[in-house]
Structures are given as structure tokens and as C-alpha cells.
Ligand binder design. Structure first.
Ligand code: NAD
Length: 437
């Protein structure tokens, strides 16, 4: 089996390397020449744990190669996966399908044989149908099947998620498409991964429904955290008590500064727009989107309150700027709202993130970027934990206190034990937990 993967971003590169791990011959193609050059030189354009070793292994074995030439990549491919970006269209929140359709047009122009085109990108209901029309009109001489195979991997644990998924979803319309996708994922039969074959529209919707539901879980527990703060309850224990109920599950019940990242914000919005298009008002998703937006501003107030009502002239050390740990992805990170809001109120920001600073520096001006956590804490009036990187959990609190001007931690990820932080001499504010006595 030989496949082409169009797009070598977070999803395309991980999926390509993992399909190679499944034994397929994979050619990754990207328009971005600098990415392809880096990959050819043995460098990985993104930070994702384990990805460098996996790419190296399969490049060396001759199963994984990269090119900027789409025609070369798709030549002889049994399946062509489209893994390009589908960001929010500026202004209206619809998924911007420009890259998907550009890739499809290019495939139609250059393809020489019958094949299967698979959307791995997250695309709204009806996109597969539109792709079918493009191929039928432009290449009536060829049999081009279209399938939908949405990706559920999470940045930070992407390889494990791809190699050991909870399920694989395949929207197919023909036996040939079904067989080819079954072949691509054959090694997963060994670990009895459910492979769900559905209609195109159903597969496309499963992806949005999943992300919207997860965003709802996060937003639900965030609102509950606010109530916990008022009534003296501990949201961590509330979440645990709820999550142990098998009908609910423990994952995605961590209170924090609101969801961000490259998927939930854009996918919830796009689902709302799809609902509108089909006269279906998705009120729960709409509320989730609004509550999450308000959440980031609420976190600014939380920090300001902890600083005695104003951050003007104060130095705030921000630990973590990416939307979650183990990634360098800054897309829709809560830090992009929180940091500028603190600056607008007169705070001086020092910040440190283990992997995100290169990207963050382009997006967050006037920040003093630091070499490590302790460097960021020097002279700070408050330390704010925005991302739960493991290295922050192990912070030497005595050393931290000795470096700071004021011993104050605002922990928006609940990584510390309130009693321990209080014992180390800090004033401590976290999310949805009582203040230690
Ligand atoms: P990304 O921006 O990291 O990567 C997209 C890549 O596609 C870029 O390198 C870009 O240069 C390339 N590209 C665009 N048009 C091209 C073309 N015509 N030919 C060749 N290359 C082209 O995006 P991503 O985060 O990998 O997301 C890709 C898709 O996967 C999106 O639809 C996203 O919603 C979905 N998804 C993402 C994640 C995630 O965690 N990032 C998880 C699941 C699904």
C-alpha cells in the first residue's frame, strides 16, 4: 500500500509517520518549502513528543519521504489523504475550506489513475459530497472515490493516540473505499480497535459532535468551579466524584482558564454555523462558546483580584503560554487573551514556556521572555500558571519565593497542593478550590 498525505502539519506529519509505522509506504507533501526542507534535513518543524524518532526511523527504512511536488506524491497512490488546515473563516466562523478545495483541484488536475481521496482534515458536513462533484466534473475519465476519516489525535500525545485510538471512523460510499481504509488500519485489528464505517455525512459530523461535547464537558466543570469557589467546595473532588460514574467518565473534567487550541474553538464555531445553515439552533454549543469566551476575561479578573485589585506597575511572571503542555502550538491559547489584557492594565510581563516561546514571541509583543521558570520569577509580584507543564509541578517553592518580590501564586491549572504552597509561605489562588487554612 502506498499513500500520499497532503499537508505535513500537526495532523499530516503525525498521521503520515504513524501510517508508516503501520507498514504503509507514505509520501508527505506540503506547499511550505521550508517545512519540507527541514524534514528532508532530519529536523521536525513542530514539537510533538516522540515524533522525531518515528520520522527518522521510517525515513531510514524508506517508508516515509517528503516532497513539495503533489503530482509526484500522488502518482500511484492507493489513497490520498488530505490533512491541510481548516481554520475559522475570518468574520463568520465557518470552516475555511480554501486549502481543502485547493488541494482537491490540484489532485484533479494531476491525477493519472483511479484512486481514493480521504479527508483527514476536520471538514463540515457536506464537504465530501462537494469533493465528489469536483472530481466527477473535472475527471469524468477516472473513478475517484471520496471518504471521510476524521482524526481524533491530541497534540502532546498524538503518536500514542494515533497508534492506539479509542476508535477509527470511516465515512465511505463504496466497497473499494472501505477495503482500502480497512487495509490502512489493519494493524489496529490486533488491539481490537473498533473501526466504525458510516456514511460520509455521519463521519463528518461525528468529529464535530465529539469536539463540541468535549468542549461542553470542560465548560461545564469550569462553571461548576465558579460555584465551588462561592460555596467552599473543591472542584477537583467534585470532578472526581462525578467522573467515577461510568456514564460520565473522568477525562476532560479539569477546571481551568477555558479551552483553547487549534480545534475546539474553531470546531464549535463551525458546528454552530452548520446548524444555522440547516435551520437547527444548537443552543448548548452556542452557550458553551459564549461561556468559554467570557472565561478568559474572568481569569484576568481573578489575577487582578489576587494582586489586590490592580496589576498596574506590577511584574507578573507567566509560566506556560501554550494552550496545553507538550506542544508548541499557540493557536487560540488562553494566554493570547490573558497576557495582553494584563498588559493593558499596566502589568509588566515576564514569561517562560518550555516549547512555546518561539511561536509566542511572534504573537505576544512586549513580553520579557526568560530562560527558565526561576528566571521568569525574578522580581515578580505574582506567578501565574497558565499551562500545566510537568516541570512547573516540580518547582522548588523555597527558591521561587526567594526570587519573587511578593510570594503570590495564581494557579489557573490547579497543579499545586494548596496546603503545601501555603506552607511554603505563598498566598495562593487556584480554580474552584478552597483557600488552605
Ligand atoms: P497545520 O496548519 O499544522 O498543517 C496544515 C499543513 O497543510 C500546513 O503545513 C500547510 O502548509 C499544508 N497545506 C495547506 N495547503 C496545502 C496544499 N494545497 N498542498 C500541500 N500542503 C498544504 O494544521 P493541523 O493542526 O495539522 O490540522 C489539519 C487538520 O486536521 C485540520 O482540519 C484540523 O482541524 C484537523 N485536526 C487537527 C488536530 C490537531 O490537534 N492539530 C487534531 C485533529 C484534527
Amino acid at each position: 500500500m502506498r499513500i500520499a498525505m497532503i499537508g505535513t502539519g500537526y495532523v499530516g506529519l503525525v498521521s503520515g509517520a504513524c501510517f508508516a509505522e503501520f507498514g504503509l509506504e507514505v509520501v508527505g507533501v506540503d506547499k511550505d518549502e521550508s517545512k519540507i526542507r527541514m524534514l528532508e534535513e532530519g529536523r521536525i518543524p513542530i514539537y510533538e513528543p516522540g515524533l522525531d524518532a518515528l520520522v527518522d526511523k521510517h525515513k531510514a527504512a524508506g517508508r516515509l519521504s517528503f516532497t513539495t511536488d503533489l503530482a509526484e506524491a500522488i502518482d500511484g497512490a492507493d489513497a490520498i489523504f488530505i490533512g491541510v488546515g481548516t481554520p475559522s473563516r475570518r468574520g463568520d466562523g465557518h470552516a475555511d475550506l480554501t486549502y481543502v478545495f485547493a488541494a482537491a483541484e490540484e489532485i484533479a488536475a494531476k491525477l493519472k489513475h483511479d484512486t481514493l481521496v480521504v479527508t483527514k482534515s476536520t471538514v463540515p458536513v457536506g464537504t465530501g459530497r462537494r469533493l465528489q462533484k469536483i472530481f466527477k466534473t473535472q475527471r469524468p475519465d477516472l473513478e475517484i472515490d471520496v471518504a471521510s476519516n476524521p482524526e481524533f489525535l491530541r497534540e502532546g500525545s498524538a503518536i500514542e493516540d494515533f497508534l492506539r485510538p479509542d476508535r477509527v471512523v470511516c465515512g465511505v460510499e463504496s466497497d473499494r473505499a472501505r477495503e482500502i481504509l480497512a487495509q490502512c488500519y489493519r494493524p489496529l485489528n490486533l488491539i481490537e480497535t473498533p473501526i466504525l464505517f458510516t456514511a460520509l455525512e455521519t463521519a463528518e459530523l461525528i468529529k464535530y459532535a465529539t469536539n463540541a461535547f468535549l468542549a461542553t464537558k470542560i465548560t461545564f466543570i469550569n462553571e461548576l468551579a465558579d460555584l465551588c469557589e462561592r460555596v467552599g467546595a473543591d472542584v477537583q473532588q467534585v470532578a472526581k466524584g462525578m467522573g467515577l460514574d461510568g456514564r460520565i467518565g473522568r477525562k476532560f473534567l479539569h477546571a481551568g482558564p477555558g479551552y483553547g487550541g487549534s480545534c475546539f474553538p474553531k470546531d464549535t464555531l463551525a458546528l454552530l454555523r452548520t446548524g444555522e445553515q440547516y435551520n437547527t439552533h444548537l443552543r448548548i454549543v452556542e452557550t458553551v462558546v459564549n461561556v468559554n469566551e467570557g472565561r478568559k476575561r474572568r481569569m484576568v479578573r481573578k489575577i487582578t483580584d489576587a494582586c489586590g485589585g490592580s496589576v498596574a506597575g506590577k511584574t507578573i511572571a507567566i509560566l506556560g503560554v501554550t494552550f496545553k503542555p507538550n506542544t508548541d502550538d499557540m493557536r487560540e491559547s488562553p494566554s493570547l487573551v490573558i497576557v495582553p489584557a494584563l498588559q493593558a492594565e499596566g502589568a509588566v510581563i515576564r514569561a517562560y514556556d518550555p516549547e512555546g516561546m518561539r511561536e509566542a514571541a511572534k504573537l505576544l509583543p512586549d513580553v520579557g521572555w526568560c530562560q527558565d521558570s526561576y528566571h521568569a520569577l525574578e522580581g515578580a509580584d505574582a506567578a501565574v500558571i497558565l499551562t500545566e507543564w510537568n516541570e512547573f509541578r516540580g518547582l522548588d517553592l523555597d527558591r521561587a519565593r526567594s526570587l519573587m518580590r511578593q510570594p503570590l501564586i495564581v494557579d489557573l491549572r490547579n497543579i499545586f497542593d494548596p496546603a503545601q504552597v501555603a506552607k511554603a509561605g505563598f498566598a495562593y489562588t487556584s480554580v474552584g478550590r478552597p483557600v488552605a487554612a
